[in-house]
Write a new protein. Structure first.
Lengths: 115, 112
């Protein structure tokens, strides 16, 4: 079946502009995660959704970052007034449940470059 | 050999040899452990997992070993191939908790 998809695959934006990143999880997966990965680095947790609720937003770097999920499916990560330090690959993952013990399936990521 | 670079630790292995990638996990209460492989330009991909009631699990060409006494996890890849070149991440979790704690990653380089 279809895996996790993300769009766009690449996004170049000017400093100060807003960007929206989209994630389509695997159908039926109730848990959704956003991570950020800088070049040559590990995964930085941003936010977790269980259904449409986000019980843990603790990883969001600043109030310029927000995310929502609708219909228990698609999620968007919005970055307002982008800064150069926001440049990274943004990865989305989904899992069958959020109760642990189930692997997370990752999308290919969106590479964001802020100029 | 194994070395620590500016970012990720790197392991260089001769093609055909076995690779062993190590990971020290942080939470003694963690009961679920996963290895992921991330190829260049792609998202991490699940390789194998193991629960804390086991100390060894085998997959196709891969074996994961868990030593709870010293909180150590390892991934062994048999007969390493060029396609195994990637960054390998370990992650630990707890049943009933959504959060995975991710390791820093190890870059595996295959020498021809």
């Amino acid at each position: 079946g279809a895996g996790v998809s993300q769009s766009p695959s690449n996004k170049v934006t000017e400093k100060g502009k807003d960007v929206e990143l989209r994630c389509d999880p695997i159908s039926g997966h109730t848990a959704l995660y956003w991570y950020r990965q800088s070049l040559g680095q590990g995964l930085e947790f941003l936010i977790y959704f269980q259904g449409n609720s986000a019980p843990d937003k603790s990883g969001l770097p600043s109030d310029r970052f927000s995310a929502e999920r609708t219909g228990g499916s698609v999620s968007t990560l919005t970055i307002q007034r982008t800064q150069q330090e926001d440049s990274a690959v943004y990865l989305c993952a989904s899992s069958l449940t959020g109760t642990g013990g189930y692997e997370q399936y990752f999308g290919p990521g969106t590479r964001l470059t802020v100029t | 050999g194994e070395s620590v670079g500016l970012h990720l630790p790197t392991l260089s292995v001769q093609e055909g040899d076995n690779s062993i990638i190590n990971c020290a996990y942080s939470n003694s209460a963690s009961d679920y452990f996963i290895w992921y492989k991330q190829e260049s330009g792609k998202g991490p991909q699940f390789i194998i997992d193991i629960r804390s009631n086991m100390d060894k699990r085998q997959g196709q060409r891969v074996t994961v070993l868990l030593n709870k006494t010293v909180k150590h996890l390892s991934l062994q890849i048999a007969a390493t191939q060029p396609g195994d070149s990637a960054v390998y991440f370990c992650a630990e979790g707890l049943q009933g908790n959504y959060q995975l704690i991710w390791g820093a990653g190890t870059k595996l380089i295959i020498k021809p």
